[in-house]
Design a protein around this ligand. Structure first.
Ligand code: ZN
Length: 346
């Protein structure tokens, strides 16, 4: 076999630029392995990069796909500890290892960082290459589809809530858009940390699902007074932490939910990148706005360990074959989901 099927695009644009093509089977270089991909979950990243470069140019044609689970199929030179047949998932960040941030273990702010599936071909294909140092053993208690649904969302939610916002037991956290991947893991991680969770979502069905994930209180953001409902659910005080991934459309309301001294932790801006901030509300109420970016290898391993123990569960909306890649993107773009859309490839 010398070719494989890959979902890729040759130019940025709407969903019709996505194509399934036969491409040469990649060969692992020194330090790399080739993975037979069994499942690859979609992220907003896949949609964003397809529409246009997010942070600098990307190589074209490009196969995206950051969240994978699969089996090592071939091993490049100079690798020890991994061999063909091992079941793996992937930490997708490639960092320089040499800057002051990498040396301090603060890899998510490495200025040189790149992402497998953005700056190089990812997992929306039958096979992909990855550096051996980015591999993580697949949690044995979960299926390939379940594992693929976890890395980006579990790692990101862990980094946002535990590492950056320092959420602690007894605090209250507001998680908007509970059907989103990071939000659905955020609800569970916040509960694991001992926090009280107030979530928002848009339909009665999604509200029930948020409660099933462990949210203590859920509001419907289609109701005009939902911010007041969040504040009322805290006894009028406001929440200690708000986890916002939505961006311009929700920032004003997320800030309004905060208690005095509250922290808003942010990662993502798919509803818009610009926001008109009323500065006095930040210092009058002594609010903090905290940026979070990705996750470290160790943070991801911790989250996967909890998932393998059944303490965090992957939230999967639906599983599609790779041939339905455009439908997968449509579901994300139209917010027609609760949890992850996973492409099953093998
Ligand atoms: Zn670095």
């Amino acid at each position: 076999m010398s070719t494989m099927l890959a979902a890729r695009f040759h130019e940025h644009g709407e969903r019709d630029v996505l194509r399934l093509e036969q491409v040469p089977l990649p060969r692992p270089a020194a330090g790399e392995v080739r993975i037979k991909v069994h499942a690859c979950a979609l992220n907003w990243l896949d949609v964003g990069i397809r529409r246009g470069p997010q942070f600098g140019a990307v190589p074209l044609p490009l196969t995206t796909g950051v969240d994978i689970s699969g089996v090592i199929d071939a091993v490049g030179a100079g690798i020890s500890g991994w061999s063909a047949g091992a079941e793996v998932t992937l930490y997708s960040l490639i960092t320089c290892g040499e800057c002051e941030f990498c040396r301090a273990g603060d890899v998510t702010v490495c200025p040189q960082h790149q992402i497998i599936g953005e700056h190089s071909d990812g997992g929306l294909a039958e096979y992909m290459l990855a550096p051996a140092r980015n591999l993580i053993p697949k949690p044995a208690g979960l299926s390939h589809v379940e594992v693929a649904a976890l890395p980006v969302v579990a790692g990101t939610a862990w980094h946002m809530l535990i590492t950056v916002a320092r959420l602690s037991a007894g605090e209250t956290v507001f998680i908007p858009g509970a059907g989103g991947g990071v939000a659905s893991l955020g609800i569970q991680i916040a509960k694991f940390a001992g926090a009280r969770v107030i979530a928002s979502t848009s339909t009665a069905e999604k509200m029930t699902k948020a409660l099933e994930l462990g949210a203590d209180h859920v509001v419907n953001y289609r109701e005009p007074d939902w911010v007041e409902q969040v504040i009322a659910a805290t006894g009028g005080r406001g929440v200690d932490v708000a986890q916002d991934l939505v961006g311009a459309r929700t920032w004003a309301d997320s800030l309004r939910t905060l208690a005095r001294n509250g922290r808003m932790v942010v990662c993502g801006s798919h509803s818009g990148k610009q926001f008109d901030l009323r500065i006095p509300q930040i210092y009058h109420r002594q609010l903090s706005i905290l940026g979070a970016n990705g996750a470290s290898y160790n943070e991801l391993c911790q989250a996967l360990k909890l998932a393998n123990q059944g303490l965090l569960r992957p939230v999967i909306d639906r599983v599609l074959p790779l041939s339905q890649i455009r439908e997968g993107h449509r579901i994300l773009e139209e917010h027609d989901h609760f949890g992850k859309v996973v492409m099953q490839i093998a």
